[in-house]
Design a protein around this ligand. Sequence first.
Ligand code: MN
Length: 414
Amino acid sequence: MSSWIEIPTNSDFTLENIPFGIGSAGGNPRAATRIGDNVIDLDALQKAGLFAGLNLPEEIFNQPVLNDFIELEKPITNAVRARIQELFAANNGELRDDEALRVDALRSVSEVQMHMPVRIGDYTDFYSSREHATNVGTMFRDPNNALLPNWLHIPVGYHGRASSIVISGTPLHRPKGQTKADEAELPTFGPTRLLDFELEMAFVVGKSNALGTSVSVEEAESHIFGMVVFNDWSARDIQKWEYVPLGPFLAKNFGSSISPWIVTMEALAPFRSASPKQEPKVLSYLEMKKDHNFDINLEAIIETEGGASKTVSNSNFKHMYWSMAQQLAHHTVNGCNMNVGDMCASGTISGPTPDSYGSMLEITWRGSKPIAMPDGTERKFIQDGDSVIMKAYCEKNGKRVGFGEVRTKVLPAT
Ligand code: MN
């Protein structure tokens, strides 16, 4: 697909993508898409009549979150995406030849501030990478029994906190909390010394299910609107002291960062891939009859305050042992109701080799193998002033669909 607007080589935002987000350029935040380095105001296109025929509610794009748009469901949201592709196709003059509207509706990305794309009601974090669970189990428990007995049978997860999920570009302060050194008798209070990222992706629920009903593996992707890159910030020393018996709490809920553009499942469809073989066989409600995984390249970068940057991980979403379809089927199998805008993160996505591990905990193996930065400093974990940048994209047969990035700067503890 070629467009009449310029799409730089290697852009994540091709005509095949057409993600959805919330942007503002001086005015009120409202729905937008991105092609190349242009952000397109969907409200302006609707008011100009370019979505006539789709029977969209008035002002559907003139809202600070996408929840109501997503709630229109896929027959409508897919038609909007297809119409945008049509409007920007090289041979289409409807918008191309309307200079006044073009000036009104298109903005350079550098002029646009992005905002949280959805109002997230509830947030769940899974733990679905076998390599990550094995690495953590090896470090903290027993290398010979790294996976707990339930792990190969259940997509393990915990309920996180939605209020502290923030958009890319939002700085976070180093959290404070209780920690206890192994040799210490009592805990102490202070800023975390082991601030870490977790390289994850998350899906946005696109269709609710009523309390008491379940979503099957086969139906699950029709309940998923799309995906974002997700950095699940973690304070390892706080985590270690607090997590038994009920799991993560203050080590995780001080902030999680997401990329601003929700890439739809339809845009990701060409990059479908097989999951790792599941052995032992899963219970029937978790069985997959087709491929539900996706080949998405992932990268994590540390950038110092002085601008020295280094890629510390190259992973891939396809390493996930449990698919999103299985996660959603499991999440609802007991009748738990999910709502439009709910977010489910994958868990840290570690690949099989050390250069594909998805957290500093694993990359530096609890700090025993520090990373050399290009400015001569070392990193065991994340320091004040550092930014962590995560990127994700799919590429196949010369076609690229990507997510852009999520970028977060760490400020000192307050
Ligand atoms: Mn996590």
